[in-house]
Design a protein around this ligand. Structure first.
Ligand code: BES
Ligand code: ZN
Length: 861
């Protein structure tokens, strides 16, 4: 029999907790299968909730051994989600709750709460994992100072805050800053530290340490350097200083997410810490730098000021993503980072916003909160802040943020609080702007232009129309305020109107530019000034003109991308020939030595097959994955044939001789080199890739060459050699697991995935390994969507296998099915059958039930 349908949690039901927690004192007696947790918690009536209340504490899978109130034994009523002590059994004023529980970290495969990873104890409490450690009001608006004592024979015992005592077999930690339980962390293991120091701008000495397994010490330097640069940047850019004597980072191999910002004790997936030139790609280095920064920045945006409830998640995540994006722009190249972020936004968030999983940046209901750490909350949440900054300007933004930190330090805040500081600091009314938080869906912007000549030239008028399609549960979408950055170019390429921020507030709105000498060419939505779809039919010649001349680098790239997308759409739909305008335009960019190589590499990459499927769907067509794959390959081949000399020349010129450096300039050269290689492989059968694989001096080149060889279907020997060389290194073997299904010919993708799933190294309970294989398969668009249904079946089989072991990761991976309604009836029927099979599985987790149900709920036709 199925369990009763889980009830959603509603934003509208928020009420403060009836008690405040004045202090938390925890003792851990660690043992893999029987850890004892003793909690001593000071509670007092919360004046915000007058009257007498039962004491309700969250708790899951805890064996309660004893419970006391003010030292007297009590017998709470327990259920599956916690316990209750009746108000009548509580004193009227403040009191102390004490409990001893036993938990089983070794049996915790869900990796939430206290668990084991490779012999080490570690925790993951966000969002609701603390309730698997002890009974507690596990909600972010309950903040308290924590003291922690750890008893264990393991040599390294860590928790939040500052170390306040240690002896043989024990250590004590004190965190003076009140925090919610989701920021609690504990680590115990046989670890070694890579150490450094940092002096804050007011002179506080901070001991920095990155804790890893013995043997991994020599792969921590880049993470440490990133940490120091993040600390300095937050002081210089936001005026935010670190606030403890120590800052610890621990790398763990088994981790559901990327990393976690626990106060003073960040815990990282080891793939986001460990890097050396031999084992990590340039993309890995860049990601490490940004995630180290992200988790560090949470110390102020998330920890000092936290969220009142989980509906406000974007308050910390959207803001912190925005901050880490700004940081990367300052460390590397601003336009390149902007393009990368927009690529991610479109690939993940637009896709989500256009399908069954669409939800507002601030949702108002959820079943399982872990399912709401989404591209919408993160990426769109960051975009919304970017728009806010564009609207109030650099100075207004800084004043608003200063006010935010002043006013809300030590509090659990809301989106209303956030918008209010902007209103108070700038005098602007943000009522309409708030729709970006409450309304789901991606606005579509159409444009028409008019040119009216007059005595001294003419007036150019742009008329915009906005429309947001309905999303689940939200049919009507009133107009939003949209900042539209526009520049105008002369037909000779000169800029006649520099970037101007137009503020669109109505459904339809016109903007006039007077006194122009001749009819201009518009460059619209420069820098991607708002997360909208610009629906504008532009002649290929105008796109080619912008690709050659736009002074805004983002729009220059965008023009090339749109040209490629239009070309591919016509190749797929009308069997058109590859467009010479596109190929010549790309050739010109490739040969332009004045352009950043990283930028040129981005221009050379064609839109993904998934992007094309979405573009065709948007145009009212049913995408055929096999044709999309074939035509994209045909276009790459045509580009390679036509541009071979230039590609070969750039491939040679972009070599990076000398010792490896992960800096942006060197990484940009390698990325252009590999972009050239990928195209050249289409016509040389993999000859260059094979040579590069033999001589590669870095993982970037080695994995890049391997990728090209797999795509050329001649990787047999290279794959064996790669595995043999790296079989001791989990992170590198993850790459081996992901590249094969992602890049092999689509008709073989499911077979390749099946073969890899049977490989002895497929340690599927490790989330990185599981994601490597399944994520690789779903990245192979035509392979995942194979007409036989083999891709879907394999994927669903493994979700079902993982779900009882690790529901959080199974649920996250289920999003691969979210775009199923785009495809033909046969494929839709196949996906529907898989979703039904998943939903019918006995004992399916709440996590996967919610996701599969929401995905299934879409387009029934
Ligand atoms: N707070 C999150 C980690 C988290 C996510 C915990 C979901 C529990 C559930 C952390 O700050 C985070 O956002 N991590 C990201 C990486 C980041 C750079 C966007 C992650 O883990 O993917
Ligand atoms: Zn975060």
């Amino acid at each position: 029999m199925k369990d009763a349908a889980p009830q959603p949690t509603l934003l509208a039901d928020y009420a403060p907790y009836p008690f405040t927690v004045t202090e938390v004192d925890l003792t851990f007696r660690l043992s893999p299968s029987a850890t004892r947790v003793l909690a001593r918690i000071g509670l007092a009536p919360n004046p915000a909730r007058p009257g007498r209340h039962d004491l309700r504490l969250d708790g899951e899978k805890l064996a309660l051994l004893s419970a006391r109130v003010d030292g007297r034994p009590v017998h709470p009523v327990q259920d599956a989600s916690g316990l209750t002590v009746a108000a009548a059994d509580l004193p009227e004023g403040p009191f102390t709750w004490e409990a001893e529980v036993e938990i089983d970290p070794a049996a915790n495969t869900a990796l939430e709460g206290l668990y084991m990873s490779g012999g080490m104890f570690c925790t993951q409490c966000e969002a609701e994992g603390f309730r698997k450690i002890t009974f507690y009001p596990d909600r972010p608006d309950v903040m308290a100072p924590f003291r922690v004592r750890i008893e264990s024979d393991l040599p390294v015992l860590l928790s939040n805050g500052n170390p306040t005592g240690t002896g043989k077999g024990w250590a004590e930690w004190t965190d003076p800053w009140p925090k919610p339980a989701y920021l609690f962390a504990l680590v115990a293991g046989d670890l070694v530290a890579v150490r450094d120091r940092f002096t804050t701008k007011s002179g506080r000495e901070v001991a920095l340490a990155i804790w890893v397994r013995r043997g991994d010490e020599d792969r921590c330097a880049y993470a440490m350097d990133s940490l120091r640069r993040s600390m300095r940047w937050d002081e210089e850019t936001y005026g935010r200083e670190y606030d403890l004597d120590v800052f610890n980072i621990v790398a763990v191999d088994d981790f559901n997410m990327g990393a976690m910002e626990n106060k003073g004790l960040n815990i990282f997936n080891s793939k986001l810490v460990l890097a050396s030139p031999e084992t990590a790609t340039d993309a890995d280095f860049e990601r490490i730098e940004s995630v180290i920064a992200h988790e560090y920045f949470h110390n102020w945006t998330g920890n000092r000021i936290t969220c009142r409830d989980w509906f406000q998640l974007c308050l910390k995540e959207g803001l912190t993503v925005f901050r880490d994006q700004e940081f990367t722009k300052d460390m590397r190249s601003e336009p390149v980072k902007r393009i990368e972020d927009v690529l991610v936004l479109r690939a993940r968030q637009f896709r989500e916003d256009m399908g069954p999983l669409a939800h507002p940046v601030r949702p108002d209901s959820y079943i399982e909160i872990n399912n709401f750490y989404t591209a919408t909350v993160y990426e769109k949440g960051a975009e919304v802040i970017g728009m806010l900054k564009r609207l109030v300007g650099e100075g207004g933004y800084r004043r608003a943020l200063d006010l935010y930190f002043d006013r809300h330090d030590g509090e659990a805040a809301t989106i209303e609080d956030w918008l209010k500081v902007f209103e108070d600091a700038t005098g602007r009314d943000l009522t309409q702007f708030k729709r970006w938080y409450t309304d789901a869906g991606t606005p579509r912007l159409t444009v028409s232009e008019a040119w009216s000549p007059d005595a001294n030239g003419g007036t150019y008028t742009l008329t915009f129309h906005q429309k947001t399609p309905p999303t689940p549960g939200q049919d009507r979408k009133p107009p939003r305020v949209i900042p539209i950055a526009v520049g105008l170019l002369n037909p000779n390429g000169d800029e006649v109107v520099p970037t101007t921020m137009l503020e669109m507030t109505e459904t339809s709105q016109s903007f006039r530019f007077e006194g122009l000498a001749s009819r201009p060419v518009p460059s619209i939505l420069r820098g991607f000034s708002a997360p909208v779809v610009l629906d504008r039919t532009v002649p290929a010649r105008e796109r080619a003109f912008l690709l050659a001349h736009d002074t805004d680098p983002f729009n220059r790239w965008e023009a090339g991308r749109a040209l490629a997308r239009d070309t591919l759409a016509r190749m797929v739909g009308e069997a058109a020939e590859p467009s010479p305008a596109l190929i010549d335009g790309l050739g010109a960019v490739l040969a332009d030595g004045g352009l950043d190589p990283a930028f040129r590499a981005l221009c050379l990459a064609l839109p993904s097959e998934d992007d094309l499927a979405q573009a065709l769907h948007d145009a009212g067509r049913v995408p055929d994955p096999d044709r999309i794959h074939a035509e994209r390959l045909r276009l790459e081949t045509a580009i390679a044939r036509r541009l071979e000399p230039a590609l070969s020349a750039a491939f040679a010129a972009m070599e990076t001789p000398g010792p490896f450096s992960p800096d942006a300039a060197s990484a940009g050269r390698r990325s252009l080199r590999l972009a050239c290689l990928a195209l050249l492989t289409r016509i040389d059968g993999g000859a260059r890739a094979a040579r590069l694989f033999e001589t590669a001096g870095s993982m970037t080149e080695s994995a890049g060459a391997l990728a090209s060889l797999i795509a050329a279907d001649r990787a047999g020997g290279a794959l064996a050699a790669f595995h043999d060389r790296w079989k001791g290194n989990r992170l590198v073997i993850d790459k081996w697991f992901t590249l094969q299904p992602a890049l092999c010919p689509p008709d073989r993708a499911a077979g390749v995935a099946e073969r890899l799933a049977a490989h002895p190294d497929f340690d599927w309970k490790n989330p990185n390994r599981f994601r490597a294989l399944l994520g690789g398969l779903s990245a192979n668009h035509a392979g995942f969507h194979a007409a036989s249904g083999a891709g879907y079946r394999f994927y669903a089989d493994w979700l079902l296998r993982l779900d009882p072991v690790n529901p959080q990761t199974a649920a996250r991976m289920s999003t691969a099915f979210q775009s199923w309604a785009r495809y033909d009836a046969d494929r839709r029927a196949l996906v529907r059958a898989e979703l039904d099979r998943i939903l019918a599985a006995p004992g399916l987790s709440r996590d996967l039930t919610e996701m599969a149900g929401r995905i299934r709920g879409a387009a029934d036709a």
